[in-house]
Design a protein around this ligand. Structure first.
Ligand SMILES: *Cc1c(COP(=O)(O)O)cnc(C)c1O
Length: 374
């Protein structure tokens, strides 16, 4: 079986990780959080992506919460989010007592449709929060313009898109703030949890930095504002610093696998299988996601041929029980609902062998040909 996420992600780095645990655990200051390694990791991210500031924190979800809180978003405020995507898009907004307002998505790329986001803006809107999805970055130039025209903030959920570049500009640097996630399965995942906020706004960066550690700014035990515990781990900071130089090559391998899949699947359009658009601009390679008319049958067929696949997400966000209170009666999000019924993700991690990649593509193509014969 070709697993969807590999169990041996960190095999190459196992010794390094064990040595780091020992080294950091036995230094005289025994600093396990927010020490010099976290600061060096933040510097590395800032430099690599040309960001004004980078603040490491405990997860991608927490990074979004820190940004929204730093923007003073709360009860009575609205944040426009895509109707299709992961729970934190709505959770983080609702968790602050604000209202997530769902905008429909582009039917092909599955990212937020800028026009739908624009239409969802009201006098109460404080921010737009688009997310990059699977293999495609949201249309950030258009969203930037809408946010500026409407006088609202732009929060870029780039949790899956670290290393992606759109029109020469890195993912995470398009919004007033962007976020990364280092949860294991993401493109720069680690052996645990973590996240980061990127921002070019110095005041926002300072506030996020204070909020992640109980609202302390300046002297210790002086709390200027209500904060969170969203600190970053020193062992993981050192581990991520070790893994950072290899990231570009791993992303390149993902990109090549994705390009190969797209080349093989583009002719399957008439057979009800639609790959993401080709090309490199505005692409990211967290997972490779296609749209299939007979999604569940394709999934079964792949399993029979030893290929694990994944359905993200089986329901549009406003159709989730948790977010039903934010789904106005009578509203629908047809593209999001159609994506939830058709989306299927294939393995795209960098250490897949060429033979495995070919096997995955062959299995998808065989399904399409069999369907055509039936
Ligand atoms: C993974 C993910 C998050 C949350 O990141 P965590 O580190 O798991 O909290 C947020 N947004 C998107 C789009 C994600 O894919």
């Amino acid at each position: 079986m070709i697993p969807f996420f590999p169990p041996d992600l960190f095999e190459q780095d196992r010794e390094v990780l064990i040595d780091l645990v020992h080294e950091i655990g036995t230094t005289p200051d025994q600093k396990f959080i927010l020490g010099t390694r976290t600061a060096a990791f933040e510097d590395a991210l800032r430099t690599l992506y040309g960001a004004g500031d980078a603040i490491a924190c405990s997860s991608g979800t927490s990074a979004l919460t820190l940004v929204l809180r730093a923007m003073e978003i709360g009860p009575g405020d609205e944040v426009v989010v895509p109707a299709y995507g992961c729970a934190p898009l709505a959770n983080t907004v609702a968790g602050l007592g604000a209202t997530p307002v769902f905008a429909d998505i582009d039917p092909w790329t599955m990212v937020a449709d800028p026009r739908a986001m624009d239409d969802a803006v009201t006098a109460r809107t404080k921010a737009l929060m688009p997310a990059h999805m699977f293999s495609v970055m949201a249309d950030m130039p258009t969203l930037r313009k809408i946010a500026d025209d409407r006088g609202v903030r732009l929060v870029e959920d780039s949790a899956v898109a670290q290393g992606g570049v759109l029109d020469g500009r890195p993912a995470g640097t398009w919004g007033d703030a962007g976020v990364f996630s280092f949860v294991q399965v993401k493109t720069f995942g680690t052996a645990g949890e973590g996240g980061a906020v990127l921002t070019a706004d110095p005041a926002l960066g300072r506030t996020v930095r204070a909020l992640r550690n109980h609202g302390q700014e300046g002297p210790r035990f002086v709390h200027q504002r209500l904060g969170l515990n969203s600190r970053f781990d020193e062992i993981l900071a050192a581990f991520q610093l070790h893994r950072l130089p290899g990231l570009a090559a791993r992303l390149e391998r993902r990109a090549r696998i994705a390009a190969y899949y797209t080349e093989r699947f583009t002719p399957l359009r008439d057979a009800g299988i639609l790959p993401p658009p080709p090309g490199r601009n505005g692409r990211c390679y967290y997972v490779y996601s296609l749209l299939a008319d007979r999604r569940d049958a394709l999934r079964d067929h792949l399993a029979e041929h030893g290929v694990a696949s994944h359905v993200y997400y089986p329901q549009a966000l406003p159709r989730q029980p948790a977010f039903a209170p934010y789904a106005p009666a009578g509203r629908s999000w047809p593209h999001a609902e159609r994506a939830a019924a058709r989306q299927l993700a294939l393995p795209v991690y960098p250490h897949l062998t060429d033979a495995q990649v070919e096997h995955v593509a062959d299995a998808v193509c065989a399904f399409a040909t069999e369907g055509a014969r039936r």
